[in-house]
Ligand binder design. Sequence first.
Ligand code: ADP
Ligand code: RBF
Ligand code: MG
Length: 175
Amino acid sequence: MRAPATERPLTVGSAEGPEDPFPLRLSGPVIKGFGRGSKELQIPTANIPIGGLRVGGCETVESGVYYGYAGLDLPATTDGDGKVFPMVMSIGWNPFYKNSVRSVEVHIIHTFPKDFYGVQMNLVILGFIRPEFDYVSKEALIEDIRMDIRVGVNSLERDKYRKFKNDPYLTDFER
Ligand code: ADP
Ligand code: RBF
Ligand code: MG
C-alpha cells in the first residue's frame, strides 16, 4: 500500500527521446467513466474505450501511468487555443478503487470551459511514469497524481519530446 510523499524523480525516460515501445499511438471517442475523476479527486480524466488500446492490431499495453500528448477534435475556438495538449494517463484497474474493468483515462493539462464527451481523442504516448498502486488514502492517491502531472510536464519539456506535439496523428481526425 502506497503512502504519501514518496520521493520521486522529476523527469522519466531517456533525454535522447522516447524508447521502444514508444511513441505509442491510439485513439477513441471520449466515453463516460465512473464519474469519480472530477467529483472525488478534482482531477477529471477523459476515458476512451479499452479497445483503443490495440496498437498495430495485436499487442497490448502494460498497466501503469504514462505521459504524452492528446489531440482533441473540438470545434475551432477564437481564443487561439490549439487542439493538442500535454497529458498524463492511467491504463489499468485503478487498484485503489478495485475496479473490475481495465480503463484508459487521460488527464489533459489544460482548463476546458465545458465537458467534451463523444469527441475523438488521439493520443501519442511518449513514456512510462510508474506502475499503478493501491493507496493508504484518497489524499495519497491525489498527491501522487499531482506529482505525475509535474513529472509529465517536465519530461515533455525536452527537445526530443516537445517535437511530438506536431505529430500528424494527433490532429488526424478522419480515421
Ligand atoms: P468520467 O468518469 O465520466 O470520466 P470525470 O469526472 O473523470 O468523469 O470527468 C471527465 C470528463 O471531464 C471528460 O470526459 C471531459 O469531458 C471533461 N474534462 C474537462 N476538463 C478535462 C481535463 N482537463 N482532462 C480530462 N477531461 C476533462
Ligand atoms: N488509480 C489507482 O488506483 N492507482 C494509481 O496509481 C492511479 N494512478 C493514476 C495516475 C494518473 C495520472 C491518473 C490520471 C489516474 C490515476 N489513477 C490511479 C486513476 C484514478 O483512480 C481515476 O482517475 C479515478 O478513479 C477516476 O476514474
Ligand atoms: Mg474519467
